[in-house]
Design a protein around this ligand. Structure first.
Ligand SMILES: [Zn+2]
Length: 99
């Protein structure tokens, strides 16, 4: 399995989740077909609090969402962390509701 280096997208604005989903975390769970319980950042086993917006370090081909804990998701641009590539859900721009 492939791992990727990620960082939190800086200057991210909180956007509305896609229609039919109560949160981005619920959207991620629907895409992956499983519950998000543990933070997906390697070396961290804290409880998931939200779906963080992340970009790949050195290969910024888009924004992805990934279940993270409050600590990992608040480290914007200060830390690069590793996660499984398969756990990323790409954020398609037309999913984002216009506010
Ligand atoms: Zn974490």
């Amino acid at each position: 399995m492939t791992t990727v280096l990620l960082k939190i997208e800086s200057g991210a604005t909180q956007s509305m989740p896609p229609e039919g989903f109560s949160s981005w975390l619920a959207f991620w769970e629907a895409q992956r077909g499983r519950r998000a319980t543990e933070c997906e950042a390697f070396g961290c086993d804290r409880e998931v609090t939200e779906a963080g917006r992340v970009i790949k370090s050195g290969k910024e081909d888009g924004v992805y969402i990934l279940p993270l804990c409050d600590r990992c998701s608040s480290q914007a641009n200060t830390r690069i962390f590793k996660a499984w590539d398969k756990d990323l859900v790409m954020l398609n721009t037309d999913l984002e509701a216009v506010i």
